[in-house]
Design a protein around this ligand. Structure first.
Ligand code: NAD
Length: 485
C-alpha cells in the first residue's frame, strides 16, 4: 500500500475531457511494487470505450479553448506544469520508486527531467516559425506550422516521467490534443501528471489519460481512426504492431524502440574518465534503459585494464529495495526477471568477469537480479546481439578501428554509441560511420539533456523526440501561396 500523504489523487481514475472518471465498465487492475511483490493500489483498466471518449474529447478540445489558445499561453501553461512538478518532487519520486522499482536518486532525476521538458517546451512553444519562400512574380508564399490534431502517446514503464515529458510536452507545445496510454506495469506518475495538468489549468480535453492493458487500450488507441499521430516507446514487436495499426489510418508514427548500444574504448582512451560511464550506462535503472550501453568494445592494449576496473566496480554494485536507494533496484516485474535470467542462462558457457551483490534487506519476493559483467564475448553471441533489458553487459575485444566499426554496427539496432579516444580525427571519422541516432565522444549520454534530439535507426525505430527537433515531428507544415499580381 501507499501512504495516504503520497497519493493526493485517486489512482483508479482516468482523465477524460477534464474530469476524473472510472473506466466505462468499472474494471481495475492492480499495480505491484517490484521491490517486494506487494500490491500498491488499483488503477483503471481502460478499454476501447474509454479511448473513444478520450479521442472525442481531444477532438472537441481542438475546436474549443485549447485550440484557440495562443502559443505563448500554451507555453505559460507548460511552464506552470513544470513548476508544479517540482513542487511535488518528493512525492513524485517516491511514487515512481515504488511503482517502477528505481532507486530514489534516479526517480528524483526523472522528476527533474520531466519538469525540465515542460520548461523547455513551454519556452519553445512560441518560437517555431514558418517561413516565407521566394517564388514567381506576383506571388507571396509562406509556410505555417500547425499541430497534427489528436496525438496518441503510448509509453512504457521504464522511464514514465521522462517519456511523458518529451512526447506529451512537445505535442502540447505545438497545440495538439493528447491521449496518453501509460504502461499497465507502472503508471502512477502518469496519473499524477494528469492531476498536475488539471491543477495548472490545462483546458478540458487537451490531455486525456487512459491507463489499461496494451492489447486493449493500447491497441484501441494505435488503430483509432480519430488519431492523427502516434508516438510509441517500447518493444520492437509492439512497435511494429502499432505502426501497422496506424498505417491502416495513414497517420505518421514515431517509434522509440530498443537498442544494443556500444561504447568503444580505444587504446588511447582516458580509461579512468571512461570507467563510471562504462558501468553506469549498463546498470542505470537496472539496465532497463533503451539507450543502455550493453556492449563494451575494448581495444586489445587496454582490454585487461578496462575489464579489471569494470570488474572491481561491479563487485561494489548493491541491489535492493527502491526506497533504500542503492545502485540498483529490482526489475519491473518477476516476468522481466525471468526474461533476464533466461539470458544469464544463455551465458552459462561464457566468462563472468564480476557480479554485484544483493543487499540483506532485499526481500525474496522482489524482482531482483544481480548485475553481471561477461568478458571475452563473441560479437555474434545472443548476449551481444539481443536487447536484454536487464543489468547485463558484455565485454568484446577488438584490434583495429575497422573491426570496431564492424562490430559496433553489427546488430539490428542503432540507437546510441559512445566513443572513447583522444584521437580527434578518429572521433570525427567514427561519428560519421557509426549507425546510431546519437554519438557521444568521450562521454555517454551527456547527462540526458532534454535539448538533444533522440531516436534511432534500424530496429531502434524512426522519428526524433527531445530537443527542438521534436517540435517539427509534432507539427506539420502548410504551404500558403497567395497570388496578388
Ligand atoms: P511493450 O512494447 O509491450 O509495452 C510498451 C507500451 O505499449 C505499454 O504501454 C503497453 O501497454 C503498450 N502496448 C502493448 N501491446 C500493445 C498493442 N498491441 N498495441 C498498442 N500498445 C500496446 O513493452 P513491454 O512488454 O513492457 O516490455 C517488453 C520489452 O520491450 C522489454 O523487455 C524491452 O526489451 C522493451 N522495452 C523497450 C523500451 C524502450 O524504451 N525502448 C521500454 C520498455 C520496454
Amino acid at each position: 500500500m501507499i501512504d495516504a500523504d503520497l497519493l493526493w489523487f485517486d489512482p483508479a481514475l482516468c482523465l477524460i475531457d477534464g474530469s476524473f472518471q472510472s473506466a466505462a465498465d468499472g474494471q481495475t487492475l492492480p499495480l505491484v511494487n517490484p521491490s517486494d511483490g506487494t500490491a500498491l493500489c488499483q488503477i483503471a483498466r481502460g478499454t476501447a470505450t474509454d479511448i473513444d471518449a478520450a479521442v472525442d474529447a481531444a477532438r472537441i478540445a481542438l475546436d474549443g479553448p485549447w485550440g484557440a489558445m495562443t502559443a505563448t499561453d500554451r507555453g505559460r501553461l507548460l511552464t506552470r506544469m513544470g513548476a508544479l512538478v517540482l513542487d511535488r518532487c518528493d512525492a513524485l519520486a517516491r511514487l515512481e520508486a515504488m511503482d517502477v522499482g528505481k532507486p530514489l536518486t534516479q526517480a528524483r532525476a526523472d522528476v527533474v527531467a520531466l519538469a525540465r521538458y515542460l520548461e523547455f517546451y513551454g519556452g519553445a512553444a512560441d518560437k517555431l516559425h514558418g517561413e516565407t519562400i521566394p517564388y514567381q512574380a506576383g506571388y507571396t508564399v509562406y509556410s505555417l506550422r500547425e499541430p497534427h490534431g489528436v496525438t496518441g502517446h503510448i509509453v512504457p514503464w521504464n522511464y514514465p516521467m521522462q517519456i511523458i515529458g518529451r512526447s506529451v510536452g512537445a505535442a502540447l507545445a505545438m497545440g495538439n490534443a493528447c491521449v496518453l496510454k501509460p504502461a499497465e506495469e507502472a503508471c502512477l506518475t502518469a496519473l499524477a501528471f494528469a492531476n498536475i495538468a488539471v491543477e495548472a489549468g490545462l483546458p478540458a480535453g487537451a490531455l486525456n489519460v487512459v491507463p489499461g492493458i496494451g492489447a486493449e487500450a493500447g491497441a484501441a488507441l494505435a488503430g483509432h481512426p480519430g488519431v492523427d499521430h502516434i508516438s510509441f516507446t517500447g518493444s520492437v514487436a509492439t512497435g511494429a504492431l502499432v505502426q501497422q495499426a496506424a498505417g491502416r489510418n495513414v497517420v505518421p508514427v514515431t517509434l522509440e524502440l530498443g537498442g544494443k548500444s556500444p561504447q568503444i574504448v580505444f587504446d588511447d582512451a582516458d580509461v579512468t574518465a571512461a570507467l563510471p560511464f562504462l558501468v553506469n550506462a549498463g546498470i542505470q535503472n537496472a539496465g532497463q534503459t533503451c539507450s543502455a550501453a550493453s556492449r563494451i568494445l575494448v581495444q586489445r592494449g587496454v582490454y585487461n585494464e578496462v575489464r579489471d576496473a569494470m570488474s572491481a566496480a561491479y563487485r561494489e554494485l548493491s541491489v535492493g529495495p527502491a526506497l533504500s536507494d542503492l545502485r540498483l533496484g529490482p526489475l519491473i516485474s518477476l516476468r522481466q526477471k525471468a526474461i533476464v535470467e533466461g539470458y544469464l542462462a544463455k551465458g552459462r558457457d561464457l566468462t563472468i568477469a564480476a557480479e554485484g551483490y544483493l543487499a540483506e534487506d532485499a526481500p525474496n519476493t522482489g524482482a531482483y537480479v544481480r548485475p553481471t559483467l561477461f568478458a571475452d564475448v563473441a560479437p555474434d553471441h545472443p548476449l551481444a546481439q539481443e536487447e536484454i533489458f536487464g543489468p547485463v553487459q558484455v565485454l568484446i575485444l577488438f584490434d583495429s578501428e575497422e573491426e570496431a566499426v564492424t562490430i559496433a554496427n553489427g546488430t539490428d539496432y542503432g540507437l546510441v554509441a559512445g566513443l572513447w579516444t583522444r584521437d580527434g580525427a578518429r572521433q570525427m571519422r567514427l561519428a560519421k560511420r557509426l549507425h546510431a541516432g546519437q554519438v557521444f565522444l568521450n562521454n555517454y549520454g551527456a547527462g540526458g539533456g532534454v535539448e538533444l534530439p533522440f531516436g534511432g535507426i534500424g530496429k531502434s525505430g524512426h522519428g526524433r523526440e527531445k530537443g527542438f527537433e521534436a517540435l517539427y515531428g509534432f507539427s506539420q507544415l502548410k504551404t500558403v501561396a497567395a497570388y496578388h499580381g
